[in-house]
Structures are given as structure tokens and as C-alpha cells.
Write a protein that binds this ligand. Structure first.
Ligand SMILES: *Cc1c(COP(=O)(O)O)cnc(C)c1O
Length: 395
């Protein structure tokens, strides 16, 4: 077992936590691309299955490379336990579905990633789990949504794509008074800028596909929580239903963690510079960046986040035609629905990630026809700003 790195700062944990060295003493973490494991004896095999001999049984259950990724995330996040999954959606679906049964009730903030909204709105009700969507920024709505059978609150903060910030400690308090747990999807904040467990959340989930890989290569997800929550609700569900991550992808993500801190800091600095330039641009009617004093929840950002965001939201005057002209004129930033990549990416949420929503629901979320989400990459900020300002001339 690796030594705990809990006494080190996050930057150090990102590089060292969870490393298991084989008998060869390799510097870089080994990739154990194996389905199964062999035993010294039938007795050892029996003991392993009884849980009396620690060790690996089958890679749907666990694997040394996957264990390293989980341990590094546990120590970074300050969690007790974790289980990784094949994708962010496998992690989200497991975290909210596995502990619930027919007759239970879940409350979620309406501003959710599209597939998360599908799970809450369409999938859970098919299995007899009632769900209520609320305006996440309105604490009264969370309170009023509580029923005797409410078991889970679920939210994202900052939200996609309008980067609203929800009050995690206050919402956790409402959840706990109701005897419910709070699950937070922390993708937009990243583990660098926000620690939901320390703010009162019970479970945190990530799409590791985004900043944790950070170089656009593979998908992955992870659920982090207490030992008790993972043991009672997640462990068996994942072992038996099999949304397991590939050891190869876990290895890529593990190595991605080594540079997560420097990447997220650099990308946030670039996003802040882009936001400052766009804020006063005549072709732009609205700008949202959680690191600026004019963010609608600037005080809350200060209270619960250690930094802004690698994302910037802005609304081009002239609606969809103007927004499309800007996207098509960009030479450096790429049109994509992804985020958190080393390459800067731009998205038009109204026609892509949030296309499925009714126009009135999009409007309620602040996703106008001219709204663009910019995900800062690792390019030089001046090159990105020159590209964006040249493209805005075409709006
Ligand atoms: C991308 C994303 C997901 C889903 O992750 P996948 O790895 O694509 O399955 C869930 N929540 C948020 C906020 C995301 O950005």
C-alpha cells in the first residue's frame, strides 16, 4: 500500500499520492493492462474471495492502476473512499441511481449537463423515483421541494454553460435537515478550485474526461465520498453491473493528475484575461466569469471557491447568426462541445449541448441564441485574444 500523503499540499499530492511500485521500482506509475490475477494456491484464492486476503480478483472489481488513480483522487479531494467509472455519466448515474429505490424522491438544480438532466428527468421516473427540478440559486425552492421521501439533492456549480454559482454549504444544510444527502458534480470547478466535501456535500462526482485528462484523449469518471457511502451504496452496484474504467484510461488520467494543478491555473489565468477583454467589447452584451467582481454571485465565489474558472460565457449581440459568424471566423479556438482541453474550445449551447431543451427552458437558464461558452486551453493568451477579437469583427 502507498503511504498517505495527507500532510502534503495539493500540488504534491497530485504527483505522489497513491503510487504503488512493483518489484521493479519504476519511477512512472505502471500500466497493469490485465483482466485477471493468478493465485499461489487454491487456499489463497478462497481467502481472496472471502475478503480475508487483500489483493485483486478481477479488473471489473479493481486493478492496481485503477487503484492508484482512485487513491490519488481520494487524497486530493479529502474523501475517504472512491470508485472510478468508464465515463463521467457512468459515475453520475451510479452515484444518484444506486442508493435510491422506487418511492424515493430526488431534488436537482435545473441547470444540469444535458445527460445528467436526462437521468434525472427521464430515467429515474421510469423506475418509480420521483424527481423535482428547482432553480438552484433560490434556496427557498430547495426547501419547498423537500418531501418526507426526499433522499438526494443533486447540483452542479458553477453551472453549465452560464457559470452560475450555487451555495453548496446552504444547500447541504437544507439537505441534511431533511435527512437527505447532497451530491455535487464538480466538473466545472475542478478539484483545484473547489472541494465540495469540505463545504458540506456528501458525495462528489467528476467527469475525468474534462480537466483531469485535460488533453482530449480518453473518457472516465469517479465518485468520491465516505467509506460508509461507497461500501453501502456504490461498491456492490459497480462490481455487479460493471461500468468499470479501463486500466489504460485510468493510467492516462492518473498521469493527467500530475499536471492538473499547473494546467488549471494557467487556463484560469488565460480565461480571466479573455474575460477582461470581452467584458468591455462593443459586440458583446453579457459576460460571465466566476473570477470577476461583476459575477452575479461574486461574494459566494470568494466564500466557496479558491479560484475562478477555465471557462468564460459571453453573449454576442445579434443572436444565432452573429454567434455563428464569430465561431466560423475563429482560426485558433476550435468549435467543439467539449471543455477542459489543452486546446481552446468554443461551444454554441443553444444548438448543441442544450438543443434538446424547449426554448422557454433555455431562456429560463439564461442560454440565449447569442450565447457562447469558451473553454480556455494552454495556448498563449495573446494569440487567443487576437483570434477572438478578430472573429468578433465578423459578428
Ligand atoms: C462532461 C460532463 C459530464 C459527463 O461526462 P462524460 O465523461 O462525457 O460522460 C457530466 N457532468 C458535467 C458537468 C460534464 O461537463
Amino acid at each position: 500500500m502507498s503511504k498517505s500523503t495527507a500532510n502534503y499540499r495539493p500540488e504534491t499530492r497530485l504527483v505522489h499520492s497513491g503510487t504503488l511500485r512493483s518489484q521493479y521500482g519504476e519511477t512512472s506509475e505502471a500500466l497493469f493492462l490485465t483482466q485477471g490475477y493468478v493465485y499461489d494456491s487454491a487456499e489463497q484464492c478462497e481467502a481472496r474471495f472471502k475478503g480475508e486476503d487483500p489483493g485483486f480478483i478481477y479488473s471489473r472489481y479493481s486493478n492496481p492502476t485503477i487503484a492508484m488513480f482512485e487513491r490519488r483522487m481520494i487524497e486530493l479531494e479529502g474523501a475517504e473512499a472512491a470508485r472510478s467509472a468508464a465515463t463521467g455519466m457512468a459515475a453520475v448515474t451510479t452515484a444518484i441511481l444506486a442508493p435510491l429505490k422506487a418511492g424515493d424522491h430526488l431534488v436537482a438544480s435545473r441547470a444540469l449537463f444535458g445527460s445528467c438532466l436526462y437521468v434525472v428527468q427521464d430515467l429515474l421516473p421510469r423506475y418509480g423515483i420521483e424527481t423535482t427540478l428547482v432553480d438552484g440559486a433560490n434556496l427557498d425552492e430547495w426547501q419547498r421541494a423537500v418531501r418526507p421521501n426526499t433522499k438526494t439533492f443533486f447540483l452542479e456549480s458553477p453551472t453549465n454553460p452560464t457559470l452560475d454559482v450555487l451555495d453548496i454549504p446552504a444547500i447541504a444544510e437544507i439537505a441534511h435537515k431533511a435527512g437527505a444527502r447532497l451530491v455535487v458534480d464538480n466538473v466545472f470547478a475542478t478539484p483545484i478550485w473547489q472541494s465540495p466535501l469540505a463545504l458540506g456535500a456528501d458525495v462528489v462526482v467528476y467527469s475525468a474526461t474534462k480537466h483531469i485528462d485535460g488533453q482530449g484523449r480518453c473518457l472516465g469518471g469517479i465518485i468520491l465520498s465516505s467509506e460508509a457511502f461507497i461500501a453501502e451504496h456504490i461498491h456492490n452496484f459497480m462490481r455487479q453491473t460493471g461500468p468499470s474504467i479501463s486500466p489504460f484510461n485510468a493510467w492516462v488520467l492518473l498521469k493527467g493528475l500530475e499536471t492538473l494543478g499547473v494546467r488549471v491555473r494557467a487556463q484560469t489565468e488565460t480565461a480571466a484575461r479573455v474575460a477582461d477583454v470581452l467584458a468591455s467589447h462593443p459586440k458583446i452584451s453579457r459576460l460571465v466569469f466566476p473570477g470577476r467582481a461583476d459575477h452575479p454571485q461574486a461574494a459566494l465565489v470568494k466564500k466557496q471557491m479558491r479560484g475562478g474558472s477555465t471557462l468564460v460565457g459571453f453573449e454576442v449581440k445579434g443572436g444565432k447568426p452573429a454567434a455563428f459568424r464569430v465561431l466560423n471566423a475563429l482560426k485558433l479556438s476550435k468549435i467543439s462541445n467539449n471543455l477542459g482541453d489543452a486546446k481552446s474550445l468554443v461551444t454554441h449551447p443553444a444548438t448543441t449541448t442544450h438543443q434538446r431543451l424547449k426554448p422557454e427552458d433555455r431562456a429560463a437558464l439564461g442560454i440565449s441564441e447569442g450565447f457562447i461558452r469558451f473553454s480556455a486551453g494552454l495556448e498563449h493568451a495573446d494569440d487567443l485574444i487576437e483570434d477572438l477579437t478578430a472573429a468578433l469583427e465578423k459578428a
